[in-house]
Design a protein around this ligand. Structure first.
Ligand SMILES: *Cc1c(COP(=O)(O)O)cnc(C)c1O
Length: 464
C-alpha cells in the first residue's frame, strides 16, 4: 500500500502575504498574457528562479561578449535606460556623445590626417557590417552606372573564417558570396587565396581581425598590397573592410605597431563590437569609415522628425542610449592606458593558460604570433576521448562553458576547444580551471580504460 500523502490546501490569500509562495506554487503563464497579474515581487522572483537555469555568465568562457562592468558603469546604465538613442531632437547630448566616440575610434584606427570622421553607433557588429557592406555595394553600383556598365552581379570576397553575418548580408542584400575555403592546416586567408576571386564586379574584400574560430587575423596587410597592385595594374579600385568585431579593441592596445587599420591604403571601413573587447554590456557596435566620402549620400535618410531635420544611417530606429553612454564612460574612465592594461592582463592570463594546457600531452595549443586573448586548442592525436567530451566534463565539474566545434570548410576535420580570457577569468580562476581540465582528462581516461580499452596513465593534474 502506498502511504497517503498529507493533504495540503493553500489559501490563495496567503500568496499575497508570502510573496515567494506565489512564485513557488504557481505555474507561470507561457502562452497567453494572464487575465490577472501577480505582484511585482513575485513576478521578479519567478523570473529570477528561471534565470538560475541559464548558465552563469561568469562561467561562460565561450562568449566574446562582456560579462563584467564596474559599479559606476552599471549605475550609469540603469539611470539612462529610459533614454531613446534615436531621439536626437530631445537628446542632443546623447547624439554628441555618439559623435565623440566615433571621432575617438576614427583616431584610434589611424584615419588619415584631415579625414572627416564618419561612422555610426550600431546594435553590434552585425548591424555595422550590414551598413558597411551596403556602402560598398552602393559605391560599386554608382561607379558602374556612371561608366554605363552592368550592375546585375555584385560579389563580395571573404574567407570561410568569417562570422555568419557576412553570409547573411549576401543573402539579404542580393550579393554573390565568394567564400574562400580554409585548408586543413591554415584557418585564415591571405592574398593568394583572394586574388583568383577578384573581378570588376567585386564590391569589396573582407579581412577578419580576430576570427571567432581561432582568434587569428587574416593576412590583411598582404590582401591590402594585392588590392593596391590590382588598382595600379588593372584600374580596379576595390575597397577593403576589416571585421574587427573582437580585434578592433585588441590590436590598438597590445599590437600597436601592426598596421591592420586605416594605415592600409585600401582600408575603407571597419566594424568593431563595443560589447566585446570594448568592455560594454551587449548591444553596442560601431562602424567607422575612413572618411565621410566613403558613405554614399543616398544611404543617409533625412527626415523631419518631431520638428527637426535629422539624418540617420541605421537599420534599427529606436534603441537604448545607455550603452553609448557606457562606451563613453569606458573611454573616459579607462583611457588608452587603462584599456592597454586590461587587454594586456587578459592576454598575459591567456598566454599563461595556453602554456599550461600545452604542457599536457593530451592537447595541442594553437599559438599564432598575433591572437586575441583566448586559448584555442585541440585534443592531440591518439587520445581516447574527443573535444566534445572534454567540454562536457568541464560543464559537469564546475559549470564551465567551453565550446567544442568543428572549423569551417575545408578545415572541418579540426575540432577546437576555445577559452576566452576576459575580466571574469582572473589568475586564481585560471589555476582552478587548469586543475579542472586535468580532472576532466583523468575522468575521461579512466572511463575509457573502464570500457576495456586497456590501462591509461591518469593525469592527476597536480603541479598546475
Ligand atoms: C561577434 C562577431 C561578429 C558579430 O558581432 P555582433 O556584435 O555579435 O553582432 C562579427 N564578426 C566577428 C569576427 C565576430 O567575432
Amino acid at each position: 500500500m502506498t502511504p497517503s500523502r498529507p493533504k495540503i490546501t493553500i489559501d490563495p490569500e496567503s500568496f499575497k502575504k508570502v510573496i515567494s509562495l506565489e512564485a513557488f506554487a504557481c505555474e507561470l503563464p507561457t502562452d497567453e498574457i494572464p487575465a490577472q497579474g501577480m505582484s511585482s515581487d513575485a513576478a521578479y522572483l519567478a523570473i529570477n528562479y528561471e534565470m538560475e537555469l541559464d548558465g552563469d555568465p561568469r562561467h561562460n568562457l565561450a562568449t566574446f561578449v562582456t560579462t563584467f562592468m564596474d559599479n559606476h558603469a552599471r549605475k550609469l546604465i540603469s539611470e539612462n535606460l529610459h533614454r531613446n538613442f534615436i531621439d536626437h531632437a530631445e537628446y542632443p547630448q546623447t547624439a554628441e556623445i555618439e559623435q565623440r566616440c566615433i571621432r575617438m575610434l576614427s583616431k584610434l584606427y589611424h584615419a588619415p590626417e584631415g579625414a572627416q570622421p564618419m561612422g555610426a553607433r550600431c546594435q553590434g557588429s552585425s548591424e555595422a557590417i550590414m551598413l558597411g557592406a551596403l556602402a560598398m555595394k552602393w559605391r560599386w553600383r554608382a561607379k558602374r552606372e556612371a561608366a554605363g556598365q552592368d550592375t546585375a552581379k555584385p560579389n563580395l570576397v571573404y574567407g570561410a573564417d568569417v562570422h555568419v553575418v557576412w553570409d547573411k548580408f549576401c543573402r539579404y542584400f542580393d550579393v554573390e558570396p565568394r567564400e574562400i575555403p580554409l585548408t586543413p592546416q591554415r584557418f585564415t586567408i591571405g592574398p593568394d587565396d583572394v586574388a583568383p576571386h577578384i573581378d570588376e564586379n567585386t564590391i569589396g574584400v573582407v579581412g577578419v581581425i580576430g576570427t571567432t574560430f581561432t582568434g587569428e587575423n587574416d593576412d590583411i596587410v598582404g590582401i591590402n598590397d594585392l588590392l593596391v597592385k590590382i588598382k595600379r595594374d588593372r584600374g580596379l579600385d576595390i575597397p577593403l573592410h576589416a571585421d574587427g568585431a573582437s580585434g578592433g579593441f585588441v590590436m590598438p592596445f597590445i599590437y600597436p605597431d601592426h598596421p591592420w587599420d586605416f594605415r592600409l591604403e585600401q582600408m575603407s571601413s571597419i566594424n568593431v563590437s563595443g560589447h566585446k573587447f570594448g568592455l560594454v554590456y551587449p548591444g553596442i557596435g560601431w562602424l567607422i569609415f575612413r572618411d565621410r566620402s566613403e558613405l554614399p549620400e543616398d544611404l543617409v535618410f533625412y527626415e523631419n522628425y518631431l520638428g527637426k531635420v535629422d539624418a540617420t544611417f541605421t537599420l534599427n530606429f529606436s534603441t537604448g542610449a545607455a550603452m553609448v553612454l557606457a562606451q563613453y564612460y569606458n573611454f573616459l574612465h579607462y583611457g588608452h592606458d587603462g584599456y592597454q592594461a586590461i587587454i594586456e592582463s587578459m592576454k598575459r592570463n591567456a598566454d599563461d593558460l595556453a602554456d599550461r594546457i600545452a604542457a599536457m600531452e593530451e592537447f595541442e595549443v594553437l599559438t599564432p604570433e598575433v591572437q586575441l586573448p583566448l586559448v584555442a586548442f585541440t585534443v592531440a592525436e591518439g587520445q581516447s576521448f574527443t573535444a566534445y567530451e572534454v567540454a562536457d566534463q568541464l560543464a559537469r565539474i564546475r559549470g564551465w562553458m567551453v565550446p567544442a566545434y568543428a572549423l569551417p570548410n575545408n578545415a572541418q576535420e579540426t575540432v577546437m576547444l576555445r577559452i576566452l580570457v576576459k575580466e571574469n577569468l582572473g589568475r586564481s580562476l585560471i589555476n582552478q580551471l587548469v586543475k579542472d581540465i586535468a580532472e576532466a582528462v583523468a575522468t575521461l581516461k579512466s572511463q575509457a580504460s573502464g570500457k576495456g580499452s586497456g590501462p591509461v596513465a591518469v593525469h592527476t593534474g597536480t603541479g598546475y
